[in-house]
Design a protein around this ligand. Structure first.
Ligand code: HEC
Length: 246
């Protein structure tokens, strides 16, 4: 019996990679222009991450020294510019440590109602576009305990950690009934500058979710190069074998 087209189609669909991203379909996400091979962007993103996020969030599946190697930083640079966490004796943690933070889950829950989740894999759970839009979508909302809300993550427990850079946004309804977020009090960055900063930060989070991807892309180029060379050799060999047959 010949398998029916429907059966083949079903097998095909079952084998397709499924992307599990918990995006709310009612908000449209902006495309995040990230490029993990851009080392300068990764370094700027790491700087933002360690200055503004690690106070509350950890990235405890990653070590500082691995990060330094991948981002082209020496251990000294990592120790001086990225490590702000101290151990029980009050000494800065070593470069071989995991990226944990000092906030206990109990304290965090008291402060924010919900403990800040670990961010190592957040880019794989939420997707880069969600993160890029989320971090640019905080707005003032008096009804919330911290005075801010987020257009992508309704009633989020996190305040806008980057308000000094972005300023404050407000939800406004424009002439054709669309709601938009409008900066009403400027921060230290202009809109495009802030978008670039978030691009860098999301690039870093995407790298963090799968550190191997930089190496994989580099290796991929070698593999393709090898296959090209091999193609030429195989073609020449084929010509050699078949030349007496005809
Ligand atoms: C003052 C503490 C604090 C700081 C600083 C902070 N966050 Fe958060 N963050 C939280 C809390 C609390 C939550 C949980 C919110 C909730 O689920 O309602 C959260 C949630 C998140 C989430 C959503 C995770 C998910 O999948 O549900 C992301 C993404 C995130 N933070 C990224 C960041 C980034 C990036 C920075 C640095 C720019 C940062 N946070 C700085 C407290 C903080």
């Amino acid at each position: 019996m010949k398998p029916s087209i429907a059966l083949i189609a079903m097998v095909f669909v079952a084998l397709m990679p499924v992307s599990l991203q918990a995006a709310d379909p009612s908000v449209s996400l902006d495309r995040a222009p990230v490029d993990v091979t851009d080392q300068a962007s990764l370094q700027r993103g790491a700087q933002l991450f360690f200055n503004y996020c690690v106070g509350c969030h950890s990235a405890e599946y990653m070590r500082y020294n691995r990060l330094g190697r991948d981002l082209g930083l020496t251990e000294n640079q990592v120790a001086q510019s990225l490590i702000f966490t101290t151990d029980e004796q009050g000494e800065p943690v070593g470069v071989g440590s995991l990226i944990t933070n000092a906030m206990t889950p109990v304290y965090a829950e008291e402060a924010f109602g919900v403990a800040p989740p670990d961010l190592t894999l957040v880019s794989r759970v939420r997707g880069k576009d969600w993160l890029y839009t989320f971090l640019r979508s905080f707005y003032l909302d008096d009804s919330r305990p911290l005075g801010v809300n987020n257009a992508v993550y309704e009633n989020v427990g996190m305040p806008n950690p980057l308000w000094e850079l972005q300023g404050w946004q407000e939800k406004q309804v424009d002439a054709d009934g669309e709601t938009r977020l409008q900066v009403i009090e400027a921060g230290s960055m202009s809109g495009p500058e802030y978008d670039r900063a978030i691009r860098d930060l999301v690039t870093f989070l995407v790298y963090l979710g799968e550190p191997m991807q930089i190496e994989r892309q580099r290796l991929g180029m070698y593999v393709l190069g090898f296959l090209l060379v091999f193609l030429v050799l195989a073609y020449l060999l084929k010509k050699e074998y078949w030349k007496d047959v005809h």
